[in-house]
Design a protein around this ligand. Structure first.
Ligand SMILES: [Zn+2]
Ligand SMILES: [Zn+2]
Length: 348
């Protein structure tokens, strides 16, 4: 038997192909993938052949945001049963390097992360009918959670980690710049953790509308109104913290101007070198902290989705069959209409 895979051969060269089926080995399970979300990194691989120093150097099956149904168990995979619906954690730290030993698994020196071109050979990804994964990479969800929702566990985990980097959110006034999927889910996490106010900015109305559904108290289109944030600059700034999810220089600049002294900016969006107003950062003693991936937050994300504590449905704006792969990537790349676009392999 063969399975379909979405494999990138180079910039703009994405193909739906078939590969032979693989049997699960010791401690592994075979997952029938139901849904897979297209992420910004997948788009960069497709549109630009990579991002920054990370380049696609051999064909790579994309995808790291997926969920599905367990179809076969390998020897010793006793934590799961056939038929279990699971979110698949794409992250596989080694467990014994100096960072893993300290519990900083996201900084593992030999991290294997599905659908990533960081290492060579590349780690193959989850946009495929079947995938063999470690049982320990699967987090079970109940029957009332759709596979499409479960597939949002990975980006939600990214945002839970960002929130852990932010500190106490209860009662906080929060700014979120850039409301793609990560921005929208940062809004949901801030709301869930009791933020008093959540103001969001974006250049498009559609993602702003989604951010409102996720809990934003005010949504500002800074393309049509570039001065919309100015009122938050008074008295050295209004917000206790900001989640910067756009990686755009004007948004980082705005965050520094609108966060109060001793406040915190969590940089979630990724870019190369950008100009930063160091004088304002220093003068207001703002902490600018990075946030990278997640570890324990993955299981927490799946549980929050499964319990209904965080409703991810509003961010899933588009779904496509694998046969419409190129159309799916075109729509996913159009920020004016898409927040999260998913590939649906099997409906379950
Ligand atoms: Zn992602
Ligand atoms: Zn490690």
């Amino acid at each position: 038997m063969s399975v379909r895979v979405c494999r990138l051969h180079g910039q703009h060269d994405l193909r739906l192909e078939t590969v032979p089926e693989v049997e699960p080995g010791r401690g592994e399970v075979l997952v029938r993938i139901g849904a897979g979300g297209i992420c910004g990194s997948d788009l960069h691989y497709f549109q630009d052949g990579g991002f920054g120093p990370i380049r696609v150097r051999e064909p790579i099956i994309l995808g790291h945001e997926a969920a599905g149904t367990v179809e076969a168990l390998g020897e010793g995979a006793i934590s799961l049963d056939v038929g279990d619906r699971v979110a698949v954690n794409p992250s596989r730290p080694c467990g014994h390097c100096r960072y893993c030993e300290k519990g900083s698994f996201q900084h593992c020196l030999t991290m294997r992360f599905f659908g990533s071109a960081l290492r060579f050979p590349h780690e193959q990804g989850l946009f495929r009918d079947h995938m063999v994964v470690l049982a320990s990479q699967c987090v079970r969800v109940s029957a009332q959670t759709s596979i499409a929702e479960a597939a949002c566990s990975e980006p939600l985990a990214v945002c839970l980690h960002a929130a852990n980097r932010a500190g106490e959110l209860s009662g906080a006034k929060v700014l979120v710049t850039g409301t793609g999927p990560i921005g929208a889910l940062c809004v949901a996490v801030a709301s869930y953790r009791g933020a008093a106010e959540i103001v969001v900015t974006d250049l498009h109305d559609q993602p702003l509308a989604v951010a409102r559904q996720m809990g934003a108290t005010e949504a500002l289109n800074v393309a049509t109104d570039p001065r919309a944030l100015e009122r938050y600059e008074a008295d050295k700034g209004y917000f206790d913290m900001a989640f910067e999810c756009s990686a755009a220089a004007p948004a980082i600049d705005a965050a520094i101007r609108c966060v109060r002294p001793l406040g915190r900016i969590v940089q979630v969006g990724v870019a190369g070198a950008l100009p930063v107003a160091i004088n304002a950062l220093v003068g207001k003693e703002i902490a600018l902290v990075g946030s990278h991936r997640f570890h324990a937050e993955f299981a927490e994300a799946a549980a929050l989705i499964d319990s209904g504590a965080i409703d991810v449905k509003p961010i899933i704006t588009h779904s496509f069959a694998p046969e419409a792969l190129l159309e799916a990537f075109r729509v996913a790349g159009d920020r004016a209409q898409s927040v999260k676009t998913q590939l649906i392999f099997t409906d379950a």
